[in-house]
Design a protein around this ligand. Structure first.
Ligand code: ADP
Length: 423
């Protein structure tokens, strides 16, 4: 039965968290949204991660979906809960980190929790409540210009305080350096003062382990993905070591790469992969003029091509080409058109051409592919690169091996080295 129930405010963040849990030693499944009812698929795991899209939606929607995720996780038997947000504390002036945390605290009948966004391995650190990104204050890191969640203040006690009716305090580095007992004493004194939420300083990995141990008795923690490793390692120490980072079955079958991400990292990965595999380019303007024909053309030699190894099908293009398509078709229209086409192509590869191993590049693209294939959840396997694990699908006719990569993740050889991990 799962013990740890996690609620993530976006889907690639959910995968990042799930991957940290698996690496730490917990068998983990990530669901796409809140599933309905019970399933035996969700029993044989240590942690469940529900991926929501609640980061920038209206506050009441974020609260409602988070509470329904919590109710479902409790039904599955989870005893402790983890609200996961971005390590750059992405939120609007109204929330949603504060209101969701408050609602979860009320539902769990708890008067105290922590807020620990730091991820030192990615150089997201917190000192005296100020969040630094790669050594630069949050509000000078570029995040101040984010289109949806501009972060104009690096002081997280202030930022969180503005989003919640709870009093917000700080567990500063001084206490964390003093170890688990010192942090526990600090928490006790904050609680005595009526503080409901505490931002946690974090400079290095070791700080996260101290914080994970010192908060092990709290029913709820809120954090980025960093805290998960400490929680999972503590769990793994107390339980028989599970072979968590191995997929439970080997997936045989043909392999394909579908890419709709136009990020610099993905385009470099595609250039690398093109030197090894047959590639087919999908053109947005061709889709707009004759959708069905463009898709048929992309797959016309698929059976022959797939016998040579992974087939790479991509719409990804340089900024100039994308801008041209956007100018002619509209920004949202061209994006949706390409997402729908890549999802249709993925479904045809699976249903008509025997593809069972699929690597998808692009956050929105992954969302479209997963929805089209009817994936309800993902059993998390070994990471290909940090934050991008192989997964096994639940809800499809047969389990598929899938890796869903958001734009900037992965090294240049991501698309070629991924397959070795499935052998
Ligand atoms: P990332 O994770 O890199 O942001 P996404 O899949 O989330 O990738 O977003 C990329 C967007 O760009 C998608 O909406 C996709 O459909 C769109 N897109 C991909 N290729 C093209 C293209 N050639 N012309 C126009 N839009 C494109």
């Amino acid at each position: 039965m799962p013990v740890l129930g996690c609620i993530a405010d976006d889907s690639t963040g959910a995968t990042d968290l799930a991957s940290h849990l698996v690496t730490g030693g917990m068998r983990t499944i990530q669901t796409i949204g809140v599933p309905e009812g019970q399933s035996k698929d969700y029993r044989d795991v240590d942690a469940l991660v529900v991926a929501l899209k609640s980061r920038t939606c209206p506050v009441d929607e974020a609260v409602e979906s988070s509470l329904s995720a919590l109710a479902w996780l409790r039904q599955q038997g989870c005893k402790r809960f983890y609200f996961k947000y971005c390590s750059t504390f992405d939120s609007t002036a109204e929330g949603n980190i504060g209101p969701v945390t408050e609602a979860l605290m009320t539902a769990l009948d708890t008067s105290f929790t922590i807020a620990c966004p730091a991820l030192p391995t990615n150089r997201r650190t917190v000192y005296l409540s100020y969040l630094f990104v790669d050594g630069v204050l949050l509000n000078e890191s570029g995040m101040q210009d984010h289109p949806l969640t501009p972060m104009t203040d690096a002081n997280l006690v202030r930022v969180l305080g503005a989003q919640t009716r709870q009093y917000v305090g700080l567990i500063d580095k001084f206490f964390i350096s003093g170890g688990v007992a010192a942090v526990r004493r600090r928490i006790a004194s904050l609680r005595e003062d009526g503080i409901g939420l505490a931002i946690c300083d974090t400079i290095e990995e070791a700080d996260l382990r101290v914080l994970a141990a010192a908060t092990a008795d709290l029913p709820l923690v809120t954090a980025g993905s960093g805290l998960a490793t400490g929680i999972a390692e503590a769990f793994a120490r107390d339980h028989a070591p599970a072979k968590t980072a191995e997929l439970p079955i080997t997936v045989a079958g043909r392999a394909a790469i579908i890419s709709g991400s136009c990020s610099r990292a993905t385009r470099a990965q595609i250039e690398h992969a093109r030197q090894h595999y047959v590639d087919v380019r999908v053109n947005a303007l061709a889709l707009a003029s004759d959708y069905q024909n463009a898709i048929d053309q992309a797959l016309v030699h698929a059976d022959a091509q797939l016998t040579h190894g992974p087939l790479l099908i991509y719409a990804s293009a340089d900024p100039e080409t994308v801008r041209d398509a956007q100018n002619r078709l509209g920004v949202a229209e061209s994006g949706n058109l390409v997402e729908r086409a890549l999802a249709d192509i993925a479904a045809r590869l699976v249903h008509d051409h025997g593809v069972r191993r699929l690597l998808v590049a692009g956050g929105e693209t992954s969302g479209a592919v997963v929805a089209k294939l009817g994936v309800q959840a993902l059993r998390i396997g070994a990471p290909i690169d940090p934050g991008v694990p192989w997964t096994l699908t639940i809800g499809t006719d047969e389990p598929l091996a899938m890796a869903l990569k958001s734009g900037n993740f992965g090294a240049t050889d991501f698309m070629t080295k991924a397959w070795d991990l499935l052998e």
